[in-house]
Design a protein around this ligand. Structure first.
Ligand code: GAP
Length: 491
């Protein structure tokens, strides 16, 4: 079963590359792990998903305001939010070749559940089960690894530390030093780096979540628009996490996109809003065309929740790689606004109109990952069937998400009269739908196969009957492969 699922994942990754959806990042130079580039069809599919989200949650609602904050933010944002101290994963190292792994992933791959385990308990589980690295070598004790990418605004001492760590590491490899000694440079470098990060005001981070750019603009929007509670702020954009082991295609990337909402509520009414957002998340899955029986709610236990959350539901999806988190819904209380109020010394209070009631609002946060939504859409669309005794791969995207809505072809590309008429039809459809492809490569069978793999719902063919006879065109349905003749105006 697992093998079959992996086969499906491989088939999707291969199709994504072959048909111009998603390419490995920096491929021409040997790649950069955890990064992916979107090709012409991938970028359209991604935009279709993001635009659908924006329409559904911002444009179609009266209680939502869009923002687009800078990716680089004052380092105080990440200190106050708790990310500098607690946004960490457990890291262990192969003691022979120094490859680094996420300790919980090592255990999970051996079928050991790590939910609720501390780092020490995970190390113990590795010892008790005699688990080795994927290369068969002993594993080091775990240490915490902060997932934020550090960067400098202007010149900074941190660059020197990175170079120093690298040089010391190279020097110590092959030096005959024992394992404990070899690990020392990295440990010292981390201590120095942590210290510099505390004192160097030039240090900042690539944002690991878009949420903070919303919280820092909450007061601006309240002062400009005087919204009634409850109301939300929504943002889409890049987030960066230095994942120890990026894997499973775009599922766990180092650079990805989020679509997040912070929905500000009266503290007594958070449960009501939480329920509202459970329903909205379901409506979103429906709009993506994801089968309801492949989505599972996981009520996250306290010990596994993020430091800011009093309640979290993870919506999991049956991906080809297994049941994994698609998105999360969290009750963040007033944790973030209180942090801003305490650290920036600016009031984050909201006053109910016409009353003297003032308080710092609480927050419900639905947090959607674009890549995971896209991967769920790809996995749900991927279908293998048989047409005329031949195996066919077809991407059954919902029509509103399909990157190409119509493909237009002349039956034969060396007949100018067919090409001319087909070009005319192409222009009409292009004007109407935008996402229309001209396709005259290979014979008609090959074109259908290609358009099926792209997920084009309608293929239109202009033949001799169109120009000499009834003026009608052939339209072929992607899913049923049925062909009909209809008038051009009816397209
Ligand atoms: N603001 C809350 C927050 O960021 P999260 O659970 O850490 O919560 C939210 O992330 C969503 O972002 C996840 O459910 C997932 O869809 C997406 N996400 C997180 N890390 C990711 C990664 N490394 N690659 C791709 N998507 C990721």
């Amino acid at each position: 079963m697992a093998e079959k699922k992996n086969e499906q994942m491989e088939a999707i990754v291969s199709l994504a590359k072959r048909r111009g959806f998603i390419y490995p990042g920096s491929d021409v130079y040997g790649g950069l792990s955890g990064t992916w580039d979107y090709g012409p069809l991938g970028v359209t599919l991604k935009k279709n998903i993001m635009n659908l989200w924006w329409k559904m949650f911002v444009e179609d609602r009266d209680d939502m305001y869009g923002v687009d904050a800078a990716i680089l933010m004052n380092q105080k944002v990440w200190q106050a939010s708790g990310h500098v101290d607690t946004f960490v994963d457990p890291l262990c190292e192969d003691t022979v070749n120094h490859r680094r792994y996420r300790t919980d992933h090592i255990l999970k791959d051996k079928g050991i559940d790590t939910d609720g385990l501390s780092m020490q308990q995970m190390d113990q589980a590795i010892m008790d089960n005699g688990i080795k690295s994927p290369d068969g070598n002993p594993l080091s004790e775990s240490r915490t690894f902060n997932m934020m990418f550090t960067t400098q605004v202007g010149p900074s001492a941190n660059q020197a530390i990175n170079t120093l760590e690298h040089d010391l590491h190279v020097l110590s490899m092959g030096s005959g030093l024992d394992e404990h000694e070899i690990q020392k440079p990295s440990k010292y470098a981390q201590v120095i780096r942590d210290y510099i990060n505390k004192i160097d005001t030039n240090v900042t981070y690539l944002r690991p979540e878009t949420a903070q750019g919303i919280f820092t603009n909450y007061k601006n929007v309240v002062d400009n628009f005087y919204p009634d509670l409850p109301f939300g702020l929504a943002q889409q954009g890049k987030a960066f996490r230095n994942e120890i082991s990026p894997r499973d295609f775009v599922f766990r990337s180092r650079e990805f996109e989020q679509m997040e909402i912070e929905f500000f509520v009266h503290p007594d009414k958070w449960q009501e809003s939480f329920e509202h957002w459970i329903e909205q998340c379901r409506a979103w899955f429906d709009a993506l065309g994801l089968p309801a029986d492949k989505i599972h709610d996981l009520e996250v236990p306290e010990e596994d929740r993020a430091h800011y959350s009093k309640r979290t539901i993870d919506f999991e999806f049956d991906f080809p790689i297994g049941k994994e988190e698609l998105m999360g819904l969290a009750y963040r209380t007033n944790f973030d606004l209180m942090n801003i109020q305490d650290n920036a010394k600016k009031s984050m209070e909201y006053q109910i109109k016409g009353t003297n009631e003032k308080f710092v609002p609480h927050v419900i946060e639905p947090s959607f990952g674009v890549e995971r939504a896209l991967m769920a859409v790809l996995a749900s669309a991927y279908t293998e069937d048989e047409v005329n005794g031949e195996k066919r791969i077809v991407m059954k995207f919902p029509e509103h998400l399909a990157p190409v809505k119509y493909a237009v072809s002349p039956l034969l590309k060396n007949k100018p009269e067919l090409v001319e008429k087909a070009r005319e039809v192409y222009q009409i459809l292009k004007k109407k739908y935008g996402a229309v492809m001209w396709d005259d490569n290979g014979n008609i069978g090959k074109r259908y196969r290609r358009q099926d793999e792209i997920g084009t719902p309608n293929c239109v063919v202009i033949d001799f009957e169109t120009i000499e006879g009834d003026g009608m065109v052939t339209i072929r349905d992607r899913d049923t492969t049925e062909q009909k003749r209809i008038a051009i105006e009816q397209l």
